[in-house]
Write a protein of this length. Structure first.
Length: 540
């Protein structure tokens, strides 16, 4: 036997990774339904696509949530350690799926009408009377000139624009994988899978097309830039630890030398990519433009679900891979959290557009969420997960209400146009006021309980100054929330006040879910708090 044959004979056999498909069921179901949606789009006649997509999406998301419930109590890793199935994974996946179901209903809305038949500079008389809710909020041809004959023909020939359903489901699949990723390469793949569909969806608004396309371009360019930072951070951490698995990185840091410069630089670069996704200062500049320009159903979905996934990934990295660098990353995160809370609250006060105001409100809430992360204890983990649950439904409901206030140009998002809205429609005004009060952290709403929980966890973690800044920022934020409520209920309506349209059961259901969760988590939060506390243990 020759030397080469002897070496080959002694080489270890390549083994396939052990894959527990049952533990991957929630993600496999969502990706499977997304692929089925692509096939529906390719082979089914246009007339039957809408109902098929809707049934597939809602059925798939519901089945995935059932799979999450059935996995309760699991603490394991699969796919050669690339995916962790543990308490935080299942809690956050369940939250994402529960948010995605009403988001799909909001996207599926077809009956919301502008209520105006007159032509404007941007909308012709023919298109002004067309519905612009949900699927009809999306342009059939992204390259068509707004109001042109080509656009009207495309709208007539391709009603419903149902390709948004599989795109949304692919984004949901990436969001499910992101907080479950137990190694950095899998996490990067999940980041791209959730981001790419959102880049496309943000640029598909049928009205205010230039604003939408500008938003998509900014989101794509800055998102690609932040992904590059994330990937450079992965490379440097791999260079330090010799592995991309999060538990093994923690082991390398625990037994490593005093010189951890490479690991610290890698952590900083990794954090840039993640802080961009949650919209933390100074990586927040894309938030107001994208939230304003994207179709509002997509803004609602993105504002609620993306933050859950991105914060979940941050929690796993900092709590599983980098606990030995706590003394190094905590001061930095302190500064980021303070800047994010203050800048978000102050900038929201200056906004005259409802969507931009909610965008800066989202920035401020990212700072409150980081307060829980900075606590670096079990209470911080559980309170952050509860905050994501409460915030997600309130945000989705608030943006759903925005879709109902319309004029001839579509959604009337200028705050001055909302004067007297609560007088003309007490129900719509009252619901929006409820969501604003939840954002402000007023008692008997989910916002109060979630802020109290993260502040309490931060105090236990020794971050008392951070909590004081959070309280002041909450007071500033309460000012502009109350300002909008006063505008709606105590100001005279304008002569050209926008129409408050009557939605179908889809948007009504999405808003109702947001209201119920906001109230229930404010009055009876203990069950959800206990569930979050039981889930607050990472698999290592």
């Amino acid at each position: 036997m020759s030397t080469s044959e002897l070496v080959l004979a002694q080489s270890p056999t390549l083994r396939a990774p052990d894959i527990e498909y049952g533990q991957l069921a929630p993600m496999l179901i969502v990706f499977g339904v997304a692929v089925a949606g692509v096939l529906v789009e390719a082979f089914l006649p246009r007339r039957g696509r809408y109902s098929s997509h809707l049934v597939l999406a809602l059925g798939g998301l519901t089945a995935a949530f059932v799979a999450v419930v059935m996995l309760a109590g699991t603490r394991d890793s699969t796919v050669a350690g690339a995916v962790a199935v543990d308490g935080p994974t299942l809690f956050l996946q369940g939250t994402i799926l529960l948010i995605s179901i009403p988001a799909i209903l909001l996207i599926a809305e077809r009956s919301v009408d502008s209520g105006v038949a007159a032509a404007t500079a941007e909308v012709t008389a023919a298109s002004a009377a067309e519905p612009e809710g949900g699927t009809d909020a999306f342009t059939p041809q992204a390259f068509a000139v707004p109001g042109s004959v080509a656009e009207r023909e495309a709208t007539k020939n391709a009603p419903g624009h149902t390709e948004v359903f599989p795109l949304t489901l692919f984004a949901v699949g990436g969001m499910l994988l992101f907080p479950a990723s137990n190694d950095l390469l899998t996490m990067f793949v999940a980041l791209e899978v959730l981001s790419l569909p959102l880049y496309l969806l943000c640029g598909l608004a049928r009205r205010r097309r230039l604003l939408s396309q500008e938003a998509a371009l900014k989101y794509f360019l800055l998102g690609a830039f932040s992904s590059a930072f994330f990937l450079f951070g992965v490379a440097l951490l791999y260079g330090y630890a010799g592995t991309v698995e999060l538990p093994r990185i923690a082991d390398a840091l625990a037994r490593g030398t005093d010189d951890k410069t490479l690991a610290l630089i890698g952590t900083a670069l990794l954090s840039v990519g993640l802080l961009f996704k949650i919209g933390a200062v100074p990586f927040h500049s894309w938030i107001p433009d994208v939230y304003q320009g994207a179709p509002t159903p997509i803004t609602a979905f993105m504002a609620a679900a993306t933050k859950v996934a991105a914060v979940g990934a941050m929690l796993r990295i900092f709590y599983v891979a980098l606990p030995d660098l706590r003394a190094d990353w905590r001061p930095v995160m302190w500064g980021v959290a303070i800047l994010t809370m203050v800048v978000g609250a102050v900038m929201a006060v200056t906004q005259n557009d409802v969507k931009r105001m909610l965008a800066y409100s989202s920035v401020a809430h990212a700072g409150f969420i980081l307060t829980g992360l900075v606590a670096a204890n079990r209470a911080g983990l559980s309170s952050t997960m509860f905050y994501l649950l409460a915030y997600g439904f309130s945000t989705l409901g608030a943006f759903a209400v925005v879709t109902l206030v319309r004029d001839s140009r579509g959604e009337a998002t200028d705050l001055s146009r909302w004067a007297g809205l609560g007088r003309r429609s007490p129900l719509v005004g009252g619901v929006f006021a409820l969501f604003l009060l939840a954002f402000a952290g007023i008692p008997l709403t989910s916002g109060f309980v979630s802020k109290f929980a993260v502040f309490q966890a931060a105090i236990e973690g020794g971050a008392v100054p951070l909590v004081l800044v959070g309280v002041v920022s909450s007071a500033i934020a309460a000012f502009f929330y109350v300002r909008v409520i006063v505008l709606m209920f105590f100001s005279e309506p304008q002569s050209d006040a926008p129409t408050i349209v009557v939605p179908s059961m889809f948007t009504a259901a999405a808003i109702a879910v947001g209201v119920v969760v906001t109230v229930v988590l404010g009055i009876l939060p203990q069950g959800a708090l206990d569930l979050a506390d039981q889930a607050a243990v990472f698999f290592r």
